[in-house]
Design a protein around this ligand. Structure first.
Ligand SMILES: CC/C=C\C/C=C\C/C=C\CC/C=C/CC(=O)SCCNC(=O)CCNC(=O)[C@H](O)C(C)(C)COP(=O)(O)OP(=O)(O)OC[C@H]1O[C@@H](n2cnc3c(N)ncnc32)[C@H](O)[C@@H]1OP(=O)(O)O
Length: 286
């Protein structure tokens, strides 16, 4: 209930802000964690420092921004990128999955599902400009896009690394991985929790193109121009044909998937694994 109210408030605030900025001629709208520019090809920038983790608030704002863009018939495509230097997204927020209660886990997972379904089945053309590290849920965001451009910086890695955290990528993460890189590569990468360098990601097909870091945005724009030249109706029907079965697979068992996640993440052994992983992240600094 509280989240639904927050969502209504955010939507209302978002549209007020959008109107005010449009009057200023700025053609953009924003909430705290997501900035959307609609001048030229629309660009959605994640800005949830330090690492663009997908907290509940961030997921909510992301979903609302996407909904607003979907409702604007003049927007046919969106470039998804990050405003946090060196990080595309660190994925799901570990602090939403650690030390909370089952009701919180259920609420969080529902929102993860919601964002995924919206992104994966969007009628818009989605191009990701991957300008930083992109593990787990960060990779998931990129995989939802129709085309992925990654910055050529060996420090940036991408992949579904859940098994390294002692957790398991849910079946719909796995399905999308299989759809993108094929069964054998997905099976190996998921078990090993592989984080690919840009060159490896290109080779295996996790990304479509790797370009020098200073060209990642211009390349994403030129890709968008090419995709925008395709008639919407035929491209959308084709996209739907390719993705519907995968999305439907979650839609038909959303509630069971929430229960599954909640009981899995609540286990003492899983909480212990997450605790150890969080400690490892802290120690890395010291
Ligand atoms: C049969 C099957 C049965 C059941 C299955 C059912 C359901 C499935 C169950 C579970 C699936 C859940 C799926 C989860 C998917 C995810 O996305 S999990 C998140 C995975 N993410 C990561 O592993 C990334 C971890 N982070 C990093 O590697 C680095 O931080 C990163 C490379 C992104 C950036 O490095 P750097 O710039 O050096 O920054 P720091 O490491 O110093 O980090 C800065 C602070 O940010 C905190 N932080 C980092 N990542 C996260 C995160 N994902 N969530 C929350 N917080 C994060 C980090 O701790 C630092 O905090 P501090 O400043 O120390 O307070």
């Amino acid at each position: 209930m509280a989240l639904a109210a927050a969502r209504r408030l955010l939507l209302h605030a978002g549209s007020r802000l959008g109107r005010r900025e449009a009057v200023d001629g700025a053609r953009r709208f924003a909430n705290k964690r997501v900035l959307v520019e609609t001048e030229g090809p629309a660009v959605m920038k994640l800005r949830n420092p330090p690492v663009n983790s997908l907290s509940l608030e961030c997921l909510t704002e992301f979903t609302i921004s996407l909904e607003k863009l979907e409702n604007d018939k003049s927007i046919r495509g969106v470039i998804l990128t990050s405003e946090c230097p060196g990080i595309f997204s660190a994925g799901l927020d570990l602090l939403e999955m650690y030390g909370r209660n089952p009701a919180h886990y259920a609420e969080y997972w529902k929102n993860v599902q919601e964002l995924w379904l919206r992104l994966y089945t969007s009628n818009m053309i989605l191009v990701s400009a991957i300008n930083g590290a992109s593990p787990a849920g960060g990779c998931l965001l990129a995989l939802c896009c129709d085309y992925r451009v990654m910055a050529d910086n060996p420090k940036y890695t991408i992949g579904l690394n859940e098994s390294l955290l002692g957790i398991v990528a849910p079946f719909w993460f796995k399905d999308m991985y299989v759809n993108t890189i094929g069964h054998r590569e997905a099976e190996r990468a998921l078990q090993l929790g592989t984080l690919f360098s840009p060159a490896e990601a290109l080779k295996v097909g996790v990304v479509d193109e790797v370009v020098p870091e200073d060209q990642v945005h211009s390349k994403a724009r030129s890709v968008m121009t090419k995709w925008l030249a395709i008639p919407d109706h035929s491209r959308q029907l084709t996209k739907n044909m390719m993705r519907k079965a995968t999305a439907d697979n979650l839609i038909k068992q959303r509630e069971a998937d929430i229960q599954n996640f909640t009981s899995f993440i609540s286990k003492d052994s899983i909480q212990k694994s997450l605790h150890m992983y969080l400690e490892k992240l802290k120690q890395k600094k010291g």
